[in-house]
Design a protein around this ligand. Structure first.
Ligand SMILES: Cc1ncc(COP(=O)(O)O)c(C=O)c1O
Length: 390
């Protein structure tokens, strides 16, 4: 019998790309990191005084725990949605320390051992770990690309077994940047309503539509089934270190009421959100508009740079929002070998598509957050490298 739980019996081996990266880091070799997803490391002009000033608050010395999160902070979340045209009630909001934690709490709320959740593929790899850590099963439903990302409805139906308790939607998705459209969401809602499943809609990238003039529709307004919308400071105000996210509950009143009652017990068990961040939330959300616009401006500029790869036979897949973009390399290239040799020879770090469970290859995923000059240099290096190895 092992001392450790089987749920933590992960294969700890590293892949050749991360081995090479570690080697460069140990040697102090400068690289262009086109995977950077940490906004605090990307040279944005944070409103330093405004962020820090919020801590100079005597109320931070008083502890008055509320399982849902402090009312004032929840009201700030309501204002955030009201500014985006959605009315939500503080009664239906729960604060958590992170979106990842929010997933865990919801899995505890909804899913028993042996039951499962479904999430999109490609998507970001954390879901598998979150499901495993909560002893639940998971399946993926594919998103297919033919000039735009689409829900594969046929396969979605096939994946949805009676044991599925919740469907996870990520709008916009990481890394495809895709959003399910209204028809696709209605299709999912109808299948969830029939068998009493919940929807968990991750909208952490809600504020980052890549197409100027477009916006991303939030599901927080509610639907015909029990719905949990996730958002948080890590992306909305570029402050992942402040550790504050939220869950907005909506749907049929009786289900919302029961979900709220149970969620309150779960959250009361942990009380994981720190007081200073809750006291600061309203101020940060208000003061961060400039930063959000700066991030959005950079995402759009960097996304547009990717079309410079067209002549090299590298296609930029269409993304609607978020912090990432997907590049399709010319056929015949092995994406892992390409990403590794790009790192070795050009000192440019990218993620191959298989990190995100793409069904085919060759794809590269790049972050749109890096400073524009570095981003452009990295993209030029990808173009050169394709010409060399292609
Ligand atoms: C789609 C998506 N949801 C959630 C998270 C995690 O957010 P948090 O930092 O709030 O845990 C990430 C992190 O990159 C993400 O890409």
């Amino acid at each position: 019998m092992s001392l450790f739980s089987s749920r933590t019996d992960w294969p700890f081996s590293s892949n050749p790309i991360s081995q090479q990266l570690r080697l460069f880091q140990e040697q102090g070799t400068p690289i262009i990191d086109l995977t950077c997803s940490n906004p605090t490391q990307c040279g944005f002009s944070y409103p330093v005084m405004a962020v820090l000033q919020a801590f100079q608050n005597e109320q931070n010395l008083s502890y008055q725990p509320d399982a849902r999160g402090m009312l004032r902070a929840r009201e700030a979340v309501c204002r955030y949605y009201a500014e985006r045209g959605v009315q939500v009630s503080p009664q239906n909001i729960f604060l958590t320390a992170s979106t990842s934690e929010a997933y865990s709490l919801l899995f505890r709320l909804l899913v028993d051992i042996g039951e499962e959740v479904v999430f999109p593929k490609p998507s970001y790899p954390l879901f598998e770990f979150l499901a495993g850590l909560n002893d639940i099963e998971w399946k993926t439903y594919p998103l297919a690309y033919d000039g735009a990302w689409k829900l594969d409805r046929q396969r979605f139906r096939e994946v949805l077994r009676p044991s599925c308790k919740a469907v996870i939607i990520v709008n916009p998705n990481n890394p495809t940047g895709s959003c399910l459209d209204q028809e696709e969401v209605s299709f999912i809602e109808s299948l969830c309503a029939v068998e009493d499943r919940a929807i968990i809609c991750d909208e952490v990238f809600l504020d980052y539509p890549l197409d100027p003039g477009s916006s991303i529709r939030s599901l927080a307004a509610g639907s015909g089934c029990l719905t949990f919308v996730l958002g948080g400071l890590s992306k909305a105000v570029g402050l992942p270190q402040m550790k504050l996210s939220w869950i907005v509950v909506s749907g049929p009143a009786s289900k919302v009421e029961e979900a709220n009652r149970r969620m309150e017990m779960i959250c009361d068990t942990y009380l994981s959100v720190n007081t200073p961040a809750q006291n600061a939330l309203s101020f940060w959300l208000r003061e961060s508009e400039g930063l959000r616009q700066e991030i959005l401006g950079r995402l759009r500029k960097n996304y547009s740079v990717l079309t410079s790869l067209d002549p090299c036979g590298i296609a930029r897949l269409r993304a609607q929002g978020g912090w990432y973009a997907v590049l399709e390399l010319p056929p015949g290239i092995c994406e892992e070998e390409f990403s590794l040799s790009l790192l070795k020879e050009e000192k440019v770090y990218t993620h191959p598509g298989y990190f995100f469970d793409f069904e085919s290859e060759p794809f590269l995923v790049v972050s749109l957050l890096p400073p524009e000059n570095a981003f452009r240099s990295g993209i030029e290096a990808i173009g050169r490298h394709v010409e060399r190895v292609g």
